[in-house]
Ligand binder design. Structure first.
Ligand SMILES: Nc1nc2c(c(=O)[nH]1)N[C@H]1C(S)=C(S)[C@@H](COP(=O)(O)OP(=O)(O)OC[C@H]3O[C@@H](n4cnc5c(N)ncnc54)[C@H](O)[C@@H]3O)O[C@H]1N2
Ligand code: MOO
Length: 403
């Protein structure tokens, strides 16, 4: 059987980062920046006030106190947006608002709370040091300095920086479009009545949600029954709109393993057994140049193999490092039994605090590949290596944190 590492590498080889496109700022959210961004101007561009108050010469109020207030004439009123043409000299001040340009000649601002709020003249009852409440030009970024590096993940703060340096758009790797296709004659849409032998479709919902969670634009394409020609026709419909196709079901040894049957005809997808539990039957390749990954139908197998194999592909398509789930190490809170020899298992588990205050990890009780409720109760996967079949409580193990 193929190793988890080999399969991961083979799948990553099927994808390349999507070509960057220049898109309007809010649509760039969730994308990965594909250019270095520098500041065309300093931020702030001009010295400005950090508070509503009075701009003045600090030396003029060195002796100010509650009992010895200093009186200054107010010679200007400067609001944010003022073009910055005002000036003062020693012995005078200007009323100034937060964000307004400092008048030439002033070196400090006293907040209005330290004064009587006068308009024609003002009484100031506390001294201030030079530079008080002044935001100097370039104090955030100097003109020409880098503000964002290629590879940055575009979130609200990055969008703010781009807008603040005057960019209406950004060059980003777009979010990958993921088409999710479920197969199986037994599947029925949730919300519609169910007949004997049927089940409500859940993998398509799960995988679509997982792809969205991984930062992609994902679309669930219902399900296609057990007829290979329908699978091929549906694939034909979705391929032009997808950067990657993920299918679930129909890849094992059954008489009606429709995905395997349909894609084997095209001869582009390899079906293999990977030394992993759950998730042994896997397939991957390209169809008309679009990568496709065929995940097993058992719901937990599909979930785990998405996180192990598909998530890194989505990261690479997005222009990010092809990382898997965040890893940590923690001692087992309970023993592990019956792990299959020769396959690496990923046990659904819960992280908890041990008596000593450190983290520990406990396998959930139901580890079947169909046991979705147990999966929903888990927040981590315990990695049990291929050689181990049992592990005692207290053994420190690798753990992957689920999103
Ligand atoms: N003789 C063998 N049988 C099986 C083997 C094997 O090696 N030899 N492998 C088992 C393993 S491991 C897995 S995993 C499954 C994978 O099977 P398929 O990918 O072919 O999936 P299906 O047969 O279509 O379905 C399996 C199971 O999952 C349910 N299912 C499928 N799709 C959905 C969906 N969209 N939503 C909810 N549930 C779904 C389906 O009803 C079946 O119960 O094969 C084992 N068998
Ligand atoms: O390996 Mo299958 O993926 O358990 O249930």
């Amino acid at each position: 059987m193929k190793s988890v590492e080999q399969h991961t590498t083979d799948l990553l080889d099927l994808v390349e980062p999507l070509e960057p496109i220049r898109i309007e700022l809010l649509r760039a959210q969730g994308g990965v920046l594909a250019e270095d961004v520098t500041a065309p101007v300093s931020l702030p561009q001009f010295d400005n006030s950090a508070m509503d108050g009075y701009a003045l010469v600090a030396a003029d109020i060195a002796g100010a106190g509650a009992d010895t207030p200093v009186r200054l004439p107010v010679v200007a009123d400067i609001a944010a947006g003022d073009p910055g043409t005002h000036a003062i000299r020693t012995g005078m001040c200007a009323r100034i608002m937060t964000g307004a340009p400092m008048p030439a000649g002033a070196d400090a601002v006293v907040p209005v709370e330290w004064t009587d709020g006068g308009v024609a003249e003002v009484l100031i009852s506390r001294p201030a040091k030079a530079g008080n409440a002044v935001r100097p030009a370039g104090g955030d970024v100097e003109k020409g300095a880098g503000v964002l590096r290629s590879g940055a993940h575009i979130g609200p703060a990055e969008i703010a920086v781009l807008a603040a340096v005057g960019h209406p758009d950004a060059l980003v790797h777009p979010r990958p479009r993921v088409a999710v296709l479920s197969t199986g004659e037994e599947l029925v849409e949730p919300g519609t009545p169910i007949g004997p032998g049927q089940i409500w479709e859940s993998n398509g919902y799960m995988l679509t949600a997982a792809a969205i969670d991984a930062g992609c634009a994902a679309f669930r394409h219902g399900f296609t029954g057990d007829d290979p020609s329908t699978v091929l026709a549906t694939l034909g419909d979705v391929l032009p709109h997808a950067d990657i196709v993920v299918t679930t079901g129909g890849v094992s040894m059954g008489a009606y393993d429709v995905v395997k049957e349909a894609l084997t005809q095209l001869g582009t997808v390899r079906f293999e057994q990977v030394a992993v539990q759950p998730g042994k039957p896997q397939g991957a390749g390209t169809v008309h140049g679009t990568p496709i990954v065929t995940l097993p139908g058992n719901p937990v197998s599909s979930f785990v193999s998405f996180h192990l194999f598909v998530r890194p592909m989505l990261a690479k398509l997005s222009g990010r490092a092809p990382e898997g789930l965040p890893a940590l190490r923690a001692p087992l809170a309970a023993p592990v039994r019956d792990s299959p020899q020769g396959r690496r298992s990923y046990l659904r588990a819960q992280l908890e605090y041990a008596a000593d205050g450190g983290l520990a990890v406990r396998p959930v009780a139901r580890q079947g590949s169909h046991q979705l409720a147990a999966l929903a109760s888990a927040d981590a996967l315990i990695v049990v290596d291929e050689a181990a079949t049992e592990l005692p409580a207290g053994r420190v193990v690798d753990v992957l944190r689920l999103p």
